[in-house]
Structures are given as C-alpha cells and as structure tokens.
Ligand binder design. Structure first.
Ligand SMILES: Nc1ncnc2c1ncn2[C@@H]1O[C@H](COP(=O)(O)OP(=O)(O)OP(=O)(O)O)[C@@H](O)[C@H]1O
Ligand SMILES: [Mg+2]
Length: 324
C-alpha cells in the first residue's frame, strides 16, 4: 500500500500524518473576467483527510481540476508533492487517484475491464493488473459484478467502481469530487466505510462535498469555501466551537409568523437567525433557551434542540444556508 511519512507527529485522527503534499498559494482560476477560484491558500499534509466544503459554484471542482493537473491555473502557486502540475502533469497524475464529480466509466467495457484498461493508461502490466483488479473489486464489494455492463450498475455501484478504478495505480493521494452526491443513505455509508479504510491505510484524501455530515464524518480538517474564497479553516469541531454555540434551538411558528415573531425572541441565546421556515436560536443550553421562549408566552408549532453543525458555521459565515 502507499508509503506514509512517519517522521512528523500525526494530526488528529490520522495515521502517519507528515510532510506537506499539497501547497496552494493565492491559487486563482478565472473564466473570462470571473474568478471561479479567487486567491485561495492552503496546505495538505500526508495522511490527512482534507475537505473543501461549499455550495454550488463555490469553485470546488475547479480547484480539484487544478490539483489534478487537468486545468491550468490563472495565477498563484500550486505544488503537488513538490511538483507544479502545470509543468509536470503526467508525474503528478501518476501519484494521484482521481474520482471526478461525474462518473466517467467506459460504458463499452464490462466492470472488471474498466479497471484493467484504465491501468493500461498508466503503462501497468497485465501481470500486475489482473490480481489488482480482483483485489479492488473485492474492496469495492463488486466482485459478483465483474462481468456486468456499466449501465446495469446502480449509482452507488458506479461510484464505488470509479473509486476502485482511481486506486489502480496505488496512489498516495486520492482526489474525490463529491463522492456521495445523489446516493441514498445506505450507499453513502458503504462509501464512507471504504474511504475510512483508505484513510486508515495512510492514503491522503482530498474531498469536496456540500454535505456537512460527510465533512464531519470524513475530514480531519477542511476549508469552507464560497464564491471562490476561503471563509474559514479548521477541524469540524474547531470550526463549530469557533463560529457557533454548543446547541441550537430550532423553532417553527408557521411560514407566515417566523419573521414577525423574531422580535419577540430578542435577547434569548447568543444569536438568532430567521430563516423562511424556522427561527434558530444559538445557545449553549438549548433547553434553557426554550424555557425562556415559553416564559414569554410564545407557542411554537414545533421545537427542536440539537448540537451545532457545520451548517450553522456556514450560515454564520455567509448569511446563507449551505443547502440551496
Ligand atoms: N469551464 C468553465 N467555463 C466557464 N465557467 C466555469 C467553467 N467551469 C466552472 N465555471 C464556473 O466557475 C464557478 C465554479 O464552478 P465549480 O464547478 O468549480 O463549482 P463547484 O464548487 O464545484 O460547484 P458544484 O457544487 O455545483 O459542483 C461557477 O460559477 C462555474 O459556472
Ligand atoms: Mg463541483
């Protein structure tokens, strides 16, 4: 399996965290006058699971494509394992496994042959590829589908096959662009389990998502991006600690009343957000906040006390909800 650098102290939740494998400085990508990626800087360490969390159009895929050496940056600096992907595309790609946002499996080929033919692009010999393909099908829980046509696979199976394919060259780093978007909860959990195993084996994961639960599950550290810029950076727990309260009280007064009742809630909790469908009260003790609401004679239709999530962080930072 991939080599890991054990010389440095590991980061939280990582095994063999170590040297810097990706370094971006003022990374920018313009399409015409529009900066899809607008001067972002970040570093990823070996063995780390690093996320880009942001809404549609934030620039996540554009960033991933620059890292993967398939899109040239407009300005700034970028190094993958110390190499500039614009100058050393093939060398960089040899180190990477890439799972693009849209599955691009070869529909003409059967499941197992998708792995073998992809491996041939890297110049890997059949003697290596045959057992490797079988090992990866096992890993992706697709052994019984080895001879199936691609269009006979479910969305989750296609995603697992694309991940299996990305591992054919035993990459030390895996780029995953929205690995579970569009999948049902069960298919997502199977994929998360597979990604956990890769992480445990020391593979560096770089993933984009607009699912906060996925980011919380998989990422040691992440950047929150919006409109091509970094809004915040840190571990999920640290981001929540820094930008939100421990708990959130959600109140629904009915769509007509949420906005008008907000004034009557003034002073309860540390901060409030009024959304079209509910009012959020940020407080370390949600139940205590709810008692204050009741004491004012207010009767919400439904109430919910929950822990703060990355969704709350995003709302705080951008004033918008992460889910469109
Ligand atoms: N080839 C292109 N030509 C012109 N504009 C582009 C191109 N690719 C991306 N963009 C624009 O760049 C911005 C960022 O797009 P990008 O695909 O990186 O976003 P994203 O964060 O991956 O969004 P999503 O969550 O929808 O996948 C968008 O405004 C998009 O329209
Ligand atoms: Mg995208």
């Amino acid at each position: 399996m991939p080599q890991t650098n054990l010389s440095d102290s590991p980061g939280p939740g990582t095994r063999g965290g170590g040297g810097i494998v990706i370094s971006a400085r003022n990374l920018t990508k313009k399409f015409g006058d529009v900066a899809a990626v607008d001067g972002i800087s970040f570093e990823v360490r070996a063995g780390e699971s690093f996320g880009l969390l942001g809404p549609n159009g934030a620039g996540k895929s554009t960033t991933m494509r620059m890292i993967g050496g398939v899109s040239r940056r407009s300005s700034g600096e970028l190094a993958i394992m110390g190499l500039d992907p614009d100058r050393y595309g093939p060398e960089v790609r040899a180190h990477l496994g890439v799972v693009p946002q849209q599955d691009n499996l070869d529909e003409e080929l059967r499941v197992r042959d998708n792995l073998i033919v992809y491996g041939r692009y890297f110049g890997l010999p059949h003697s290596y590829l045959r057992p490797k393909a079988d090992e990866l099908l096992e890993f992706a829980q697709l052994t019984d589908k080895a001879k199936s046509k691609i269009d006979a696979l479910s969305g989750g199976m296609k995603r697992r096959l694309t991940i299996a394919r990305s591992l054919i060259n035993e990459p030390r780093m895996l780029l995953l662009d929205e690995p579970t978007t569009g999948l049902d909860p069960q298919a997502r959990h199977i994929l998360w389990d597979r990604l956990f195993r890769l992480k445990e084996s020391g593979v560096t994961l770089i993933l984009t998502t607009h699912y906060m639960d996925e980011a919380e599950q998989l990422c040691d550290r992440l950047i929150v991006v919006d409109k091509g810029r970094i809004m915040a950076e840190g571990s999920p727990a640290a981001l929540i600690r820094e930008h939100s309260t421990r708990e959130v009280l959600e109140l629904r007064f009915g769509s007509e009343r949420n906005a008008s009742v907000a004034a009557e809630l003034a002073g309860i909790g540390e901060r409030q957000e009024t959304l079209p469908d509910r009012v959020l009260i940020y407080a370390d003790d949600g139940e205590a906040a709810l008692e204050q609401v009741s004491a004012r004679g207010l009767r919400p239709l439904t109430t919910l006390v929950r822990r703060s999530s990355l969704e709350d962080v995003f709302l705080r930072l951008t004033g918008r909800s992460l889910i469109d």
